[in-house]
Write a protein that binds this ligand. Structure first.
Ligand SMILES: [Zn+2]
Length: 277
């Protein structure tokens, strides 16, 4: 558990916490976390995980930085316009903390590549902005038994939960079926107060750090709902469904499927039965 003098100083406010200590800081330095999406949620998560000294941080994002991202995606700055987000994210995080090695995954996650990618990580953070990716990441994490922090944000609201396969419900227990296409607007369509991303993404960072440290109570089995206009946090208990198709007692989805198709067909009434069968 050797630290350099610089590390002792850098992490002194962690090390002084009895729940963290030198041992906990070593755990953080040895941990590997994958962030899916270097956007509104992935930015605060990435900033705090890097500052905390999480030694290896993967960033999966195939998009380039756009002007409309800069209102909330603090991993990127104006000079980064047009650059690949995972590279801009890597530069920002490694500048905050040279102890951190950021692995860019400049790919769109699919059923074909996700299991190989998440195999190298201890915890996964979902900061994606679309339903196919959310179901894909959930199913892959359940199948690979990887702890997952899930969150979603829109307008002035956010929701966040923690999924530990085998210990509590998964995203599909909460939302068995994706909403009909077009029913739930995206941030692009409906807007998002930038600071909401900051609050919710920072809660995700806190959850990940606790998972690595093995301390406190996590959001397993609880959905935390944040409303910035009212400044309220509400909490919903969520249960694992024994008939969940992925994490239930008799899973029917045992291999990753085509999630674009799943999300475009489900919920549109007549075809949904064909898809389930
Ligand atoms: Zn489930």
């Amino acid at each position: 558990m050797e630290f350099t003098e610089e590390q002792i100083e850098r992490y002194s406010r962690h090390i002084i916490l009895p729940e963290v200590g030198g041992k906990g800081q070593r755990r953080l330095l040895d941990a590997k976390v994958l962030i899916v999406g270097a956007g509104g949620l992935g930015s605060p998560t990435g900033l705090y995980l890097a500052a905390a000294g999480v030694g290896t941080i993967g960033v999966a994002d195939s998009d380039a930085v756009e002007m409309s991202n800069l209102q909330r995606q603090l991993l990127h700055s104006t000079p980064d316009l047009g650059r690949q987000k995972c590279l801009s994210a890597k530069e920002t995080m490694e500048a905050i903390n040279p102890d951190v090695s950021v692995v860019p995954h400049d790919v769109r996650l699919t059923s074909a590549n996700i299991l190989d990618i998440i195999a190298g990580y201890d915890v996964v953070v979902d900061g994606s902005d679309n339903f196919p990716t959310r179901y894909l990441v959930n199913d892959a994490c359940v199948m690979a038994r990887k702890p997952l922090s899930h969150a979603g944000i829109l307008r002035f609201e956010g929701q966040v939960t923690t999924i530990i396969p085998g210990e509590g419900p998964c995203y599909r227990c909460l939302y068995p079926d994706p909403p009909p296409p077009g029913l739930v607007p995206s941030c692009q369509e409906a807007g998002i107060l930038g600071a909401v991303a900051g609050v919710v993404g920072t809660i995700q960072a806190g959850e990940v750090l606790k998972l690595i440290l093995g301390i406190g109570d996590t959001l397993v089995g609880r959905l935390l709902l944040y409303n910035a206009l009212e400044v309220t946090f509400r909490e919903m208990r969520i249960a694992r469904h024994s008939d969940c198709p992925v994490c239930g007692d008799h899973p029917t989805v045992t291999a990753l499927i085509d999630y674009e198709e799943f999300c475009s067909l489900r919920g549109s009434g007549s075809v949904s039965e064909e898809v389930t069968s």
